[in-house]
Design a protein around this ligand. Structure first.
Ligand code: FEO
Ligand code: CA
Length: 673
C-alpha cells in the first residue's frame, strides 16, 4: 500500500486577503448577499421518501460501479487507470510549478508578452496602456486550445482581474493615476494567440497570427437575447441598450461544439461605485449582487462615469453575462447572451441533446447562490460552414432558463453539519430544474421576463432555488453524460446568524474545503435529476472528507475545487483555488469517476506560492494550466515580491500559461501512460 501522503505542517489560512480585494471585491469579507428565506427542499423529506426507492433503482443502473462501496473498491484497488498513471506530486509550498517525475514543463506565454503585431517588449517599470492593449493581459484564468491552420492552435484565455498592487511599484490605492487605470482596462478581457508546437516537444511557441486579438474594457460587444434593448440596459452613451463596451472579471468558460468560446463575467460587482446612494429599486437590486456604497478599490469611477452608479445606474446591468467570442474571426463582434441570465457566471459549458438542442450549465459563484441551466429553442446545425456557424452562434439567444432545486433523500436530522455520512451512507438525492423565463415569457410571479434575465438572482430567490456552497465550474462528462459541479467552499454556512445551515448537498457547516457534486439527467433536456456528492474535499485525515468511498489513506488532499475538465478516457481533472486553507499550494488533480479506482484522487501538479491553478486543458499528450496571481499573498506587493516565478532571480511574478508533457523518444508521450 502506498504511504499516506503527508501534509506540510503549516498554519492553515484562507485565501490571501489581497486576492479577495482584487479578484472578487472582498466578497468573502462581506456577508453573502442572498437574504432570501427560500427553504431547502430536503426539509420536505417525507413527501419524497415514497418515491425514493424508485429513484435509487434507476440511479444504480445509471451509475454502474459508481456506487461501489468503499470496501469493494478497496478489494479491487491496485489496478491502473489509463490517463492517470503518473507518480503523484506531493503537496508543497514551493515557488515553482511542480510536475510528476518524468514530465517536463515550459511557460507558453506570460503577462506582457506580445499578442498583436508591433507589441512593445514588456517593461515592468514603464508599462503603458497602449502597450498593454497589444500584450497578454493579467491574471489568466480560463483557457482553450482550438485547431488553427497548418497544425497550429489558437490559445484563448480570459484575463479575470488586475492586481494593481503587484503590477506597479509604489502603487497608491487611494490615488491611482489615469494611466494605471487604463492599463487595468487593457489588462482585463481575453487574448487570442496562435501557438505552434515545437517539433518533438510539448512546448508551445506563440506566433503573431492572423487571428491574434486582444479583447479589453473598450472592445464593443453586441448585447443579444430577450433582454437586448430593454430599458434596463440603456445608458446615456448607448440609448439602444444593445452595445456594451468591454467585459470584466471573466473567470471560467467553455468551448462550444461550433468552435466559439464562452466566458463568464463573474465578480463584476466590485467595479461599480456609489450603489448605496442610488434610489430604489436600483439600490436593492444592486445590493442583491453585492454592489455596495462608496468608492471602489480600483477607483475607475474617477476616470469613466459609467462606473459610478449615481451617474449611470444601468451600466452595471450590462455586465454579469456569458459572452461568446468567435476566435477564428478577428473581425467578429463578441456578444453578451442575456438569455443565460445575469449573475456571477463562473462558466458556461454546452451539451447537445439528441434532437440537436443545446444545453448550457452555469454556476453563480458566491456563497448561497444557485446553479442554472439553459435549454435552447433551436437546434444545432452540424458542420463548419459559414451558414452553420452563423446559425449556431445564435443558439444561446432563444430558449428557457432554469434554476436548480435539490432534495436530499436522508432525514434532515441526519445532516448534522459535520460531514458525517447519513445512515444511507451517501449525500444524495434528486432535484428539479425550475423554469424562470423563456423568450419573452416569465415564469416568476411579479417579475417580467426582462427582469428575470437582468436580475436573475432575484428570480432564483422567488422560486425557492437551492442555496449552494459557491457553484463554480460545471461540465458534463463526454463519456457518460453525468454532470460535475465544483462547489468551492462556504465558511458562512451554519456560522453566520440568519444564514442557512448544512443541507444534504452542502453537508458541512463552516465549509472551508468544498465538494464536487455529480448529477445525472435522463437526457440533457430532462427537468429532473439525481445527484450524489462525489468528493467532500479537505485533508483525507479529516473525518468529514469523502472520496467516493475510495480508501482515504491513498488519496491526495484537496481544497476548494474550482475548474473541471475531462480527458479522453473520461477521467475528471480538477483545479483548485485556495488550497492554502490546507496550508498547501493550489494544484491540478486527476480522478477516475468510474471503475475500481473511482475516487482515487491524484495530485498532478502544483503552482507557485500565492498562485491559483486555472483553466486546465487536458489533451492526449499535453496539459496546460493558467497560473493566476503568483505571489499574491498578504504583505507582498511589487515593492516586496515573495514569488519570482516564472523568471527567477529577483524578477516580478507574472501570471502565465504553462504547458506540461511527458517526453519520449519520438516526441511527447500520452499523458498518464
Ligand atoms: Fe473566478 Fe469562481 O472563481
Ligand atoms: Ca442520502
Amino acid at each position: 500500500m502506498p504511504p499516506r501522503i503527508p501534509l506540510p505542517l503549516l498554519n492553515p489560512s484562507r485565501r490571501a486577503a489581497v486576492t479577495c480585494e482584487y479578484r472578487c471585491g472582498n466578497a468573502c469579507s462581506h456577508e453573502a448577499p442572498n437574504p432570501s428565506a427560500n427553504e431547502y427542499l430536503g426539509d420536505i423529506v417525507t413527501s419524497v421518501i415514497s418515491r425514493r426507492g424508485a429513484l435509487k433503482t434507476g440511479a444504480v443502473v445509471a451509475f454502474g460501479v459508481a456506487g461501489l462501496s468503499g470496501s469493494a473498491a478497496a478489494q479491487e484497488r491496485g489496478g491502473t487507470t489509463p490517463g492517470l498513471n503518473f507518480e503523484r506530486v506531493q503537496p508543497n509550498t514551493l515557488d515553482a510549478v511542480v510536475v510528476p517525475k518524468g514530465y517536463e514543463q515550459a511557460v507558453v506565454i506570460r503577462w506582457g508578452d506580445p499578442v498583436l503585431p508591433c507589441a512593445p517588449k514588456f517593461d515592468f517599470d514603464n508599462q503603458t496602456a497602449a502597450a498593454q492593449a497589444k500584450q497578454f493581459g493579467y491574471n489568466c484564468d480560463f483557457a482553450a486550445l482550438l485547431p488553427a491552420h497548418g497544425g497550429n492552435q489558437l490559445l484563448v484565455t480570459n484575463h479575470e482581474y488586475t492586481s494593481e498592487n503587484f503590477m506597479f511599484k509604489g502603487y497608491k490605492s487611494d490615488s491611482p493615476t489615469e494611466e494605471q487605470v487604463k492599463i487595468g482596462w487593457a489588462a482585463h478581457g481575453l487574448s487570442v494567440v496562435e501557438v505552434e508546437q515545437v517539433r518533438g516537444s510539448g512546448r508551445l511557441k506563440p506566433v503573431i497570427g492572423r487571428c491574434n486579438r486582444r479583447i479589453t474594457m473598450t472592445t464593443p460587444f453586441k448585447i443579444t437575447g430577450p433582454a437586448a434593448g430593454s430599458d434596463l440596459l440603456k445608458t446615456s452613451v448607448d440609448p439602444t441598450g444593445t452595445v456594451a463596451l468591454g467585459t470584466l472579471n471573466n473567470c471560467a468558460g467553455g468551448v462550444t461544439p461550433w468552435g466559439t468560446i464562452l466566458s463568464g463575467e463573474e465578480n463584476f460587482n466590485q467595479y461599480w461605485a456609489n450603489a448605496g446612494q442610488t434610489a430604489e429599486p436600483v439600490k436593492s437590486r444592486a445590493a442583491r449582487y453585492g454592489i455596495t456604497a462608496g468608492a471602489t478599490s480600483r477607483k475607475w469611477e474617477r476616470f469613466d462615469k459609467r462606473f459610478d452608479m449615481l451617474q449611470e445606474p444601468n451600466e452595471v446591468n450590462r455586465f454579469g453575462y456569458v459572452i461568446e467570442l468567435d476566435p477564428h474571426d478577428p473581425e467578429s463582434t463578441p456578444v453578451k447572451h442575456t438569455a443565460l441570465g445575469r449573475f456571477k457566471h463562473e462558466c458556461a459549458n454546452i451539451r447537445v441533446a439528441r434532437d440537436g438542442r443545446v444545453v448550457a450549465y452555469s454556476g453563480d459563484d458566491e456563497r448561497f447562490e444557485y446553479l442554472y441551466k439553459f435549454v435552447s429553442k433551436n437546434k444545432m446545425r452540424k458542420g463548419n460552414s459559414k451558414t452553420a456557424r452563423r446559425h449556431n452562434i445564435t443558439l444561446l439567444d432563444e430558449g428557457t432558463l432554469y434554476v436548480a432545486k435539490f432534495t436530499g433523500d436522508s432525514p434532515p436530522g441526519e445532516i448534522d453539519g459535520t460531514g458525517k455520512l447519513p445512515s444511507d451512507k451517501r449525500f444524495d438525492g434528486s432535484g428539479e430544474w425550475i423554469p424562470l423565463a423563456s423568450g419573452n415569457r416569465s415564469f416568476v410571479p411579479g417579475m417580467t421576463a426582462e427582469e428575470v434575465y437582468v436580475f436573475t438572482r432575484l428570480a432564483g430567490d422567488k422560486v425557492g432555488a437551492t442555496k449552494m456552497d459557491r457553484p463554480e465550474d460545471v461540465q458534463a462528462s463526454p463519456k457518460t453524460g453525468r454532470v460535475y459541479v465544483a462547489l468551492s467552499n462556504n465558511v458562512e454556512r451554519g456560522v453566520t446568524p440568519g444564514k442557512e445551515s448544512a443541507t444534504e448537498p452542502n453537508p458541512r457547516n463552516n465549509n472551508k474545503h468544498g465538494q464536487v457534486l455529480e448529477l445525472t439527467e435522463h437526457d440533457p433536456l430532462s427537468l429532473r435529476f439525481e445527484w450524489w456528492l462525489f468528493l467532500v474535499c479537505g485533508d483525507p485525515n479529516d473525518p468529514s472528507t469523502y472520496f467516493a468511498g475510495f480508501p482515504k489513506d491513498q488519496v491526495s488532499p484537496i481544497s476548494s475545487p474550482d475548474n473541471v475538465a475531462f480527458d479522453q478516457y473520461g477521467n475528471l481533472w480538477i483545479s483548485t483555488d485556495s488550497a492554502n486553507a490546507l496550508g498547501i499550494n493550489d494544484g491540478l488533480y486527476g480522478v477516475p469517476v468510474d471503475g475500481p479506482q473511482r475516487g482515487n484522487l491524484k495530485l498532478f501538479l502544483t503552482v507557485p506560492r500565492g498562485a491559483e491553478t486555472c483553466g486546465p486543458i487536458v489533451q492526449e499528450r499535453l496539459i496546460t494550466v493558467c497560473v493566476q496571481h503568483p505571489g499574491e499573498v498578504d504583505g507582498a506587493s511589487a515593492d516586496k515580491p515573495v514569488s519570482h516565478w516564472p523568471d527567477g532571480g529577483d524578477s516580478q511574478p507574472r501570471p502565465s500559461v504553462v504547458a506540461v508533457w511527458k517526453p519520449g523518444r519520438h516526441g511527447p508521450m500520452k499523458i498518464g501512460s
